[in-house]
Design a protein around this ligand. Structure first.
Ligand SMILES: CC(=O)N[C@H]1[C@@H](OP(=O)(O)OP(=O)(O)OC[C@H]2O[C@@H](n3ccc(=O)[nH]c3=O)[C@H](O)[C@@H]2O)O[C@H](CO)[C@@H](O)[C@@H]1O
Ligand SMILES: C=C(OP(=O)(O)O)C(=O)O
Length: 416
């Protein structure tokens, strides 16, 4: 199994090109199931999760060609309406095939994703919404069996804001009979990116970017071309890395408007940020100041940036309080950071982080995707060597992270 070996302490300088967003690419690829025509997608990141979703959809009969960051999909020969446990268990976002399969073919068999390291993560809202649209759903032996002659538009109010839940119901509603209103919809930029692609395919959607999506179902969708938006979490991860170790780096192919809440916190920590239409420059020449925050839905502070900011807070001047409100178990990185010399206590869903002068390198274990990224940041800032095990978590969601970091001066290598 691959590991990352980091020798900490190098300042970072130069340019990094940010990849397309994992969390936009995954639903967008699933939209390929909604039409018999061709989708031409660009800025698709090279990630394990993208390979997994393509593998899953190829098993269904979808034709997919991948050339670097361009992916062409054709869904004219889909025959198998099933997502097996073997693939779903490696990537929860596989649940995103449920809405499109049911809407276009009237049936689907999709494994329940089960929990993951960060929380139990049920999909009851996806199921409740599809049932409200007239689907007959049964759960048997770990699988969701869904059937509907044609889904019917209706008003759906989800119990909480759910990102993939909104995306699944949106993809179901675009081919339903009549009007669907999704209340309490997630406003994450990745949901809007999917909605823009669906509109390019002929869907009728109003309220994009708001918490109320109104969809007029159409009989059929057609092919389209689309460029996936920049990954705001990869952007934020590189910003935190520079904030933690110091330096001067320009991130290209990304937009500051995607992550305002995180940028405000970086400024509070003492980082200097400047930006243009498609770039952000980050400069840091001092020890960071501790910043407290609570994770919330977009446009609030993203849970997917909590661990990376925690790394920054560990070596900051002062004490911070970090409250996680989205997932019940998203502090798995805390014990690993404490092994690197941090001083973090957990009280309920709040981590109290007392800033220490420095991290000291040690072997650590990655437990989930963003925990892995936070340990990379800690390793870059640490004195000595840090060896991170189980980086298959990192490979799910970061496109050649170690290459990008090496190119701006980090000492980081993949070892077996
Ligand atoms: C592929 C993808 O886009 N993943 C993102 C997506 O995950 P994902 O879409 O799985 O996260 P949700 O927005 O659905 O989860 C939000 C909260 O709602 C709960 N919930 C959700 C659905 C449901 O049917 N029942 C239920 O109880 C979850 O357990 C969680 O506590 O949004 C999360 C929150 O921004 C991000 O951390 C993930 O990176
Ligand atoms: C939690 C994440 O992803 P997923 O929903 O795919 O597990 C993430 O991207 O941080």
């Amino acid at each position: 199994m691959d590991k990352l070996l980091i020798r900490g302490g190098n300042r970072l300088s130069g340019e990094v090109v940010i990849s397309g967003a994992k969390n936009a690419a995954l639903p967008i690829l699933c939209a390929g199931l909604l039409t018999a025509d061709t989708l031409n997608l660009s800025n698709v990141p090279n990630l394990q999760d993208v390979s997994t979703i393509l593998k899953l959809m190829r098993q269904m009969g979808l034709r997919a060609e991948q050339d670097d960051h361009n992916v062409t999909l054709n869904g004219s020969d889909i025959t198998k309406l099933e997502a097996p446990y073997e693939l779903v268990k490696t990537m929860r976002a596989s649940i995103l095939v449920l809405g499109p399969l049911l809407a276009r073919f009237g049936e689907a068999k999709v494994s329940l994703p089960g929990g993951c390291a960060i929380g139990s993560r049920p999909v009851d809202q996806h199921i409740k919404g599809l049932q409200a649209m007239g689907a007959e759903i049964t759960i048997d032996a770990g699988y969701i069996y869904a059937k509907a002659k044609r889904l019917k538009g209706t008003r759906i109010v989800t119990d909480m804001i759910t990102v993939t839940g909104t995306e699944n119901l949106l993809m179901a509603a675009v081919l339903a009979d009549g009007e669907t209103v999704l209340e309490n919809a997630a406003r994450e930029p990745e949901v809007s990116d999917l909605a823009h692609l669906l509109v390019a395919m002929g869907a009728k959607i109003e309220g994009i970017g708001s918490d109320r999506l109104v969809i007029q179902g159409v009989d059929k969708l057609h092919g389209a071309s689309h460029t996936v938006i920049a990954d705001r979490i990869e952007t934020g991860t590189f910003l935190c890395a520079v904030a933690a170790v110091g330096g001067d780096v320009t991130l290209k192919n990304t937009r500051s408007g995607l992550l305002d809440a995180a940028l405000d916190k970086l400024r509070e920590a003492g980082v200097i940020l400047t930006s243009g239409d498609d770039w952000i420059r980050v400069q840091m020449a001092r020890r960071p100041k501790a910043v407290s925050f609570r994770t919330t839905e977009y446009p609030g502070f993203p849970t997917d940036m909590q661990a990376q900011f925690m790394a920054l807070n560990c070596i900051a001047e002062g004490t911070s309080h970090v409250t996680e409100t989205i997932f019940e178990n998203r502090f798995m990185h805390v014990q690993e950071m404490n092994r690197l010399g941090a001083a973090i206590d957990i009280e309920g869903n709040t981590a109290i982080v007392k800033g220490v002068e420095k991290f000291v390198g040690a072997p650590v274990m990655a437990t989930d995707l963003r925990a892995s990224a936070s340990l990379v940041i800690a390793g870059l800032a640490a004195q000595g060597e840090t060896l991170i095990e189980r980086i298959y978590h990192l490979d799910r969601g970061y496109d050649r992270m170690e290459n990008k970091l090496s190119s701006i001066g980090a000492q980081i290598e993949r070892v077996k």
